[in-house]
Design a protein around this ligand. Structure first.
Ligand code: PEP
Ligand code: MN
Length: 345
């Protein structure tokens, strides 16, 4: 916190400010300037309310200098977070691709697609067992049965699995099966759920809320980190803007912005960001070029029969072409598509 005094402040007013700072058991540092005086404050563990000071006589303004997201921001931790997930590391120079259908629909569907995405070079497998659907009449997911099918696909392919945790009721089940717990866009500010996830020691992928600002997103990550869960990464999945030509607006600008403000890895989901199959690959390529640590892509071999998000699913053949393209784009930036070269955590 930095307190800026009015240029015509009196000695008594400055003394009053110092007294208030000391009364809070904090240390004031008087910084004389050309036109006025500023008072820096140190010793606070958390964010201070500017109104503690800007109501005092002689004070022009009290401004926060450090950011409220202490753990997810770079103020107190500069080096990038690298998360071990199975034989991979997310957040370093390796590119990680999470691929699979929107929803787990059946054993055959899941195994076919798991093998197809693995063959194309994907590192992790996705599939929703608990689905957040806009309509209560739409397919809601296979629930626990879906988790068991994901576990079977992991056993067959060796791929770590990423799946959404919709609520606290299903948290224990999802945590038992998943390698990465996905917090969906609609739950980004479900603080009660975030607090429970913070107690786990399992990687969490936090998707950006439908219209969340970067500060709000990082504050949600702060909830996860606040109880000691260090393995948190972010996923940009498009936000609601005024354009109506796509399902959402992919905010690629946020990738370098996140990397500047936070040490957490960030991946991009161009499937939900565009909602249109033909636009998924161009935006995926752009995301890698923008510096994302990875991608999440929906893939379905029979998209016309998909129970959820068929129009945005890539066919495995197109997915394989995309993998080849992002390998080349990544190489230009010194990044390599991850090979399973680490022992399991
Ligand atoms: C999903 O990944 O299947 C999903 C529902 O995504 P989002 O929460 O971003 O809409
Ligand atoms: Mn989907």
């Amino acid at each position: 916190m930095l307190i800026l005094m009015q240029s015509d402040h009196t000695k008594a007013e400055l003394a009053g400010v110092l007294k208030r700072v000391r009364a809070l058991k904090l240390t004031p540092h008087v910084i004389p300037g050309k036109l006025s005086v500023a008072v820096g404050i140190t010793g606070n563990a958390g964010a201070l309310d500017p109104h503690l000071f800007d109501v005092l006589p002689g004070v022009r303004e009290a401004v926060r200098v450090s950011r409220p997201y202490k753990l997810s921001g770079r103020d107190f931790r500069h080096e990038d977070t690298v998360i071990p997930i199975g034989p991979y590391r997310l957040g370093g120079p390796d590119l990680i691709v999470i691929a699979g259908p929107c929803a787990v629909e059946s054993e055959e569907q899941m195994m076919r697609i798991a093998h197809a995405v693995k063959k194309a070079g994907a590192q992790m497998l996705r599939g929703g067992a608990f689905k957040p659907r806009t309509s209560p009449y739409a397919f809601q997911g296979l629930g626990k049965k879906g988790l068991q099918l994901l576990a079977k696909a992991r056993k067959e392919t060796g791929m770590p699995i990423v799946t959404e945790v919709l609520d606290q009721r299903s948290l224990d089940d999802v945590a038992e099966y998943a390698d990465v717990l996905q917090v969906g866009a609609r739950n980004m500010q479900n603080f009660a759920l975030l607090k429970d996830l913070a107690k786990l020691r399992k990687p969490v992928m936090l998707k950006r809320g439908l219209s969340a600002t970067l500060d709000e997103w990082l504050m949600s990550a702060e909830y996860l980190l606040s109880e000691g869960n260090k393995d948190v990464f972010l996923c940009e999945r498009g936000i609601r803007a005024f354009s109506d030509h796509a399902r959402n607006t992919l905010d690629l600008n946020v990738v370098p912005a996140v990397k500047e403000l936070s040490h957490l890895p960030i991946i991009v989901d161009p499937s939900h960001a565009t909602g249109v199959r033909a636009r998924v690959a161009p935006m995926a390529r752009a995301a890698v070029a923008a510096g994302a640590h990875g991608l999440m892509i929906e893939v379905h071999d029979r998209p016309d029969q998909a129970l959820c998000d068929g129009p945005q699913a890539l066919h495995p053949d197109d997915f394989a072409v995309l993998m080849r393209d992002i390998t080349a784009i990544g190489a230009a930036l010194g990044k390599t598509l991850a090979a399973p070269r680490y022992g399991k955590k």
